[in-house]
Design a protein around this ligand. Structure first.
Ligand SMILES: [Zn+2]
Length: 390
């Protein structure tokens, strides 16, 4: 039930794209950003809705490359399968673009359901793509092959999350990984997609070594792979500080605060990666939201089962700023960087021709307004658009 996006002028906000652009007016129409410049207010077209952005920062909508939009989990039995992400959960955290994926359960959940969920989110007004495959090899696919999915299905951008160094993985060999990456690369070329292999790194040793071995034994580069959960333990993170100098690394936001003993806090992880000399363009953050987060007590008994929140992505970004990271570099991790790495057209910047996916945040970096493809999804802190069954 998408209303027709009207012409909207956001007046006088401080624009970050993610680089600072100063105080500007931003004109949106037809779902896109039409102009970003001072003084547009005086010449706005008749019937334009004006949003007063003075005193607020205007940012690109967040791009979350790893969300279990159709639910996930189930490793604790049938009662532990997590529900689907709702539109309002996504909007609450300022996320306007997601890339959905299956995860550990490529057995009872399928890509057809994931694809339909992505289509549903698009119909609700936000932007969604998916990764084909799941943890295991051979990966489930929609059309009989990874390259075919990438070439033929508009929503598919790559394959993942393929699990390595994890007791739930199918322990892929280096040769299997190379084969998969080449298939994803070819499909990506044919379909005009990023064609990446998105890798879930588990707690076990050897995740990064596996990628290095795949690259050494083939014509592929490290940029063909996007490993995630690099902050899941201190040991994995120590390796990421080194690996990140050469290849991309993705920090996971929503497991915090459930595993504080093992995990490196996401806001700290991104700051330390940048401080260690990892090129800023190599670093992205995603939520891993709507996966299952079992919380065990000291005796190993299940205390409660939580599901990661999409809003954790913005919470950890804002936390990194509160801890001293400058806003431009923090924002890039969740806007421009994932948009570029995942090759999502029209995303990750406040610039003419880009989609009108915009946030207004207050002085304390609280999300006050969300526009997705030109439609108001949150208005002065109130969610205005919900899914059909929420
Ligand atoms: Zn994972």
């Amino acid at each position: 039930m998408t209303e027709t996006a009207s012409t909207i002028l956001i007046r006088g906000a401080e624009v970050w794209s993610p680089a600072p652009r100063g105080r500007q007016d931003v004109l949106c129409g037809g779902g896109a950003i039409l102009a970003v410049e001072a003084g547009l207010d005086a010449a706005r077209p008749p019937g334009t809705r004006v949003i007063d952005g003075r005193g607020m920062k205007l940012l690109p909508g967040l791009v979350d490359g790893h969300v279990h939009i159709a639910g996930a989990g189930g490793e604790g039995g049938p009662a532990t399968r997590t529900p689907e992400m709702t539109l309002s959960q996504m909007i609450a955290g300022g996320t306007t673009t997601v890339v959905g994926l299956l995860g550990a359960d490529g057995v009872t959940r399928n890509l057809e359901g994931l694809l339909m969920k992505a289509k549903g989110l698009r119909a609700e007004g936000v932007s969604a793509w998916i990764w084909t495959g799941a943890y295991q090899l051979p990966p489930p696919t929609l059309t009989g092959g990874v390259a075919r999915d990438l070439a033929l299905v508009a929503e598919v951008i790559g394959v993942g999350e393929i699990a390595v160094a994890d007791h739930r993985s199918s322990s892929p060999t280096v040769a299997e990984l190379v084969k998969l990456a080449k298939e994803a690369r070819l499909g990506g070329m044919l379909g005009g997609k990023c064609g990446l292999v998105h890798l879930h790194l588990g707690d076990a040793e050897g995740g990064f070594a596996m990628i290095r071995a795949a690259v050494e034994g083939s014509e592929l580069g490290l940029a063909q792979f996007l490993p995630t959960h690099v902050n899941r333990t201190a040991r994995v993170f120590a390796e990421a500080l080194d690996y990140g100098r050469e290849g991309p690394v993705d920090v996971t936001a929503s497991a915090w605060p459930y595993f504080q003993e093992e995990e490196v806090k996401p806001s700290r992880a991104v700051r330390e990666l940048l401080a260690a000399g990892v090129p800023p363009a190599h670093v992205t953050m995603s939520s891993d939201a709507c996966g299952s987060l079992p919380d065990f007590d000291a005796a190993g008994r299940l205390r409660r089962l939580a599901s990661g929140r999409p809003a954790a992505l913005w919470d950890e970004t804002a936390a990194a700023v509160g801890e001293g990271l400058d806003l431009e570099r923090a924002l890039a991790l969740v806007t421009a960087n994932p948009a570029r790495r995942l090759r999502l057209p029209g995303k990750g910047a406040v610039a003419p021709g880009h989609d009108a996916d915009l946030l207004l945040v207050d002085e304390d970096l609280r999300v006050r307004w969300v526009l997705a493809r030109g439609a108001v999804m949150m208005e002065d802190g109130e969610i205005r658009r919900r899914g059909a069954f929420e």
